[in-house]
Design a protein around this ligand. Structure first.
Ligand code: PMP
Length: 438
């Protein structure tokens, strides 16, 4: 069955298939961190549905919540009608929001994916400000629908100005650290100063507190605070895209909490649906300028997703899983930095909480060593990252790839991963890197 399914699907699916190319497995069962394939092989899953599974696969509290709705005879899709299931989800969601937003929040339920909520956020700030432009950052990923796509990656639409995202390794200014972040902030201010000469201000700024698909790049807290100041001074709504960073993953319930920044708008998806499709925009009430019907979508009422989401949010909150992610993530980062230091093909190990990235580089391909005193790094090595992913799979470990230069191996394990499982992940990953480096 295993081979037949793989063969038939690769013949019938679009050429744009992504994960299915690098991970030729046919999952039939899963629990927690573990996935079992149709061929009986078992894998530790650090892709976690692209970061969706805060509690891992088929967590009992999530299954129980879904079963309860099914057994109750409740309607499964009700557009945007009020239901007890939605009431419970909204209450739990609002309980988790950062202070400063929680008491003045409005929520718009969106079409099922993260990208839908990004579109809704853009529409909202455009309606609220009467302006059109958006500020986004190099290496950003906000989704695959037209508006979100304009704000993603390296290309640039006329309505979207792209600004440098602060980074130590591969710092656009070659200095990194606080200084690099400050230069990036000044660049942003200078773009906005153009408005003085008649160029209209943008409708909003969208950022990820940690760029995920961009290669796991945590923004310095000071830079995030500067972005908050710069936007507040000019009445530009700040949109935090916490689709990937949310629900405890980075060590706080929401990643903006590390810096104390309170965004005007938050875009949430992935883990908030407890593994089922759900996406919302949350924003401060004074931005709620929409007319009735101004934003719609058939699949805004997925009751199973809301129930699974309520159970997930509550479980993360009640069991301190954000703190757990912070502590375990810090330990994993330290251990990875120690072992990876001996491999010349590792350019950087970085992350926050259980969002970890290992950048593969090719020092041999460099004309010269990086100048001392700068963070200008070696050429990226996407081919090595792909090889590490393949070697991980052979060792029963599923990892994600990413990065602006496609050279970053990424770990997004569930927040419920045990210490022993984390050790097994690190062992297999180190082994895989060693085999590629050899
Ligand atoms: N924003 C961020 C930060 C993401 O990581 C993603 C998905 N990787 C999206 C938006 C888009 O979400 P979706 O794939 O559900 O449309």
């Amino acid at each position: 069955a295993h081979e037949g399914i793989l063969r038939r699907q690769s013949a019938r699916e679009s050429a744009a298939r992504t994960y299915a190319r690098a991970l030729p497995i046919v999952p039939v069962r899963a629990r927690g961190l573990t996935i079992e394939g149709a061929d009986g092989r078992r894998y530790l899953d650090c892709l976690s549905g692209a970061g969706t599974l805060a509690l891992g696969h088929n967590h009992p509290v999530v299954l129980e919540a879904i079963r309860k709705v099914l057994d109750s005879g409740a309607p499964l899709n009700v557009l945007d009608l009020a239901t007890p299931v939605k009431d419970a989800f909204t209450t739990e969601l609002f309980r988790t929001l950062p202070p400063g937003l929680a008491d003045r929040a409005r929520v718009q339920f969106c079409g099922p994916a993260g990208t839908d909520a990004v579109e809704a956020a853009f529409k909202l700030v455009r309606a609220a400000t009467g302006r059109t432009g958006m500020l986004a950052f190099t290496g950003a990923y906000h989704g695959m629908t037209a508006g979100a796509l304009e704000a993603s990656g390296g290309a640039c639409d006329v309505r979207v100005a792209r600004l440098p995202y602060p980074q130590d390794y591969r710092c656009p200014f070659g200095v990194g650290g606080e200084r690099g972040a400050e230069l990036a902030a000044r660049w942003t201010e200078s773009v906005l100063d153009d408005a003085k000469s008649g160029v209209p201000l943008p409708a909003g700024m969208i950022l990820e507190p940690v760029q995920g698909e961009g290669g796991v790049i945590p923004a310095p807290d000071g830079w995030l605070r500067r972005m908050r100041e710069i936007t507040a001074e000019r009445s530009i709504p700040l949109i935090a895209d916490e689709v990937q960073t949310g629900v405890g993953r980075t060590g706080r319930f929401w990643a903006v909490e590390h810096s104390g920044v309170v965004p005007d708008v938050m875009v949430l998806s992935k883990a908030i649906g407890g593994s089922l499709p759900l996406a919302v925009v949350v924003y401060r009430d004074d931005l709620d300028v929409w007319q009735p019907g101004a934003h719609a979508g058939t699949f805004r009422g997925n009751q199973l997703a809301m129930a699974a989401g309520t159970a997930t949010l509550a479980h993360v909150r009640e069991n301190g899983l954000a703190e757990r992610a912070e502590a375990l993530g810090a330990r994993m980062l330290t251990q990875l930095r120690e072992v990876m230091g001996e491999f010349a093909c590792i350019g950087d190990v970085r992350g926050r909480g259980l969002m970890i990235g290992i950048e593969m580089v090719a020092p041999d391909a460099a004309d010269t060593a990086p100048p001392s005193g700068t963070t200008r790094p070696y050429p990226p090595a996407p081919f090595l990252a792909t090889a590490v992913q393949r070697e991980c799979l052979r060792r029963g470990l599923i990892v994600e790839l990413g990065g602006r230069h496609a050279g970053v191996v990424r770990l997004l394990p569930p927040l419920t991963i045990t210490d022993e499982q984390a050790n097994a992940v690190l062992d297999r990953l180190t082994d895989a890197v060693a085999s590629v480096a050899a």
